[in-house]
Design a protein around this ligand. Structure first.
Ligand code: SAH
Ligand code: DHB
Ligand code: MG
Length: 218
């Protein structure tokens, strides 16, 4: 049997580079999420490491996340931020938002994180209306049908040269030429968008999925 299963690849990457990160912090977060009965739909450790490296690669100071869940991916971003950096994360479910906030507080990241409770489209439109400082990274990881709408907002909130990231872009019908889902619409919109240059990085968990990385050229 092949050793190259998604689980084995995920575990290998996580184990190979785990020493570079505060593993107690991530383990504590996962335990808190489990204790609160949150669904296990957070990014894997190997994908979290990729988010952390992307943040450092472009020296991101401001990150916007759509879909907090218990704060697990948020911790991978927040722990890559410099002092004075900020992660804003949007969440519709008050229980999820509470777990995420507690996670950030326990990690000592209260000052660099803000959890905004409510439907993400409303929060995004408020951020646009308030003309907040541009974000270096926008990470889309909430309800899949709304991905095309999140993309439209992300382009208004990200700086030129910043990244728009989207999780789960190789599932939800992505590879089926007859499917019409939020993800297939997202992937097409990204491909047709002249201001984006993009790639999809396959990600590993129990199964193979993908993270779209788009550079916003403005
Ligand atoms: N990024 C997280 C996982 C997010 S799971 C991680 O990797 O750790 C998706 C989250 O999006 C769930 O918590 C869900 O409650 C939230 N969500 C779903 N629809 C939403 C909406 N319309 N607005 C804001 N959040 C939403
Ligand atoms: C689901 C959502 C996610 O963001 C993910 O990474 C995996 C699964 C889901 O809704 O099933
Ligand atoms: Mg996801």
């Amino acid at each position: 049997m092949s050793l190259s299963t998604p689980e084995n690849i995920d575990a290998y990457i996580a184990q190979q580079y785990g020493h570079e990160h505060d593993n107690t912090m991530f383990a504590t977060a996962l335990s808190a999420m489990k204790a609160a009965d949150l669904p296990s739909i957070n990014v894997s450790a190997s994908e979290g490491m990729l988010l952390n490296v992307l943040t450092r690669a472009i020296a991101a100071k401001r990150i916007l996340e759509i879909g907090s869940l218990g704060g697990y991916s948020g911790l991978w971003f927040a722990s890559a931020l410099p002092h004075g950096g900020k992660l804003v994360t949007l969440e519709i479910d008050s229980k999820h938002a509470g777990v995420a906030q507690a996670c950030f507080d326990a990690a000592g990241f209260s000052d660099r994180t803000e959890v905004i409770l409510g439907p993400a489209l409303e929060s995004l439109d408020r951020l646009i209306r308030d003309a907040v400082d541009a974000f270096d990274i926008v990470f889309i990881d909430a309800d899949k049908p709304a991905y095309p709408q999140y993309l439209e907002r992300a382009k208004k909130l990200v700086r030129r040269g910043g990244l728009i990231l989207a999780d789960n872009t190789l599932t939800h019908g992505a590879l089926d030429p007859n499917a019409d889902t939020g993800i297939t619409q997202y992937n097409r919109a990204v491909a047709e968008s002249p201001e984006l240059t993009s790639a999809i990085i396959p990600t590993m968990r129990d199964d193979i999925d993908g993270l779209t990385v788009s550079v916003f050229r403005g």
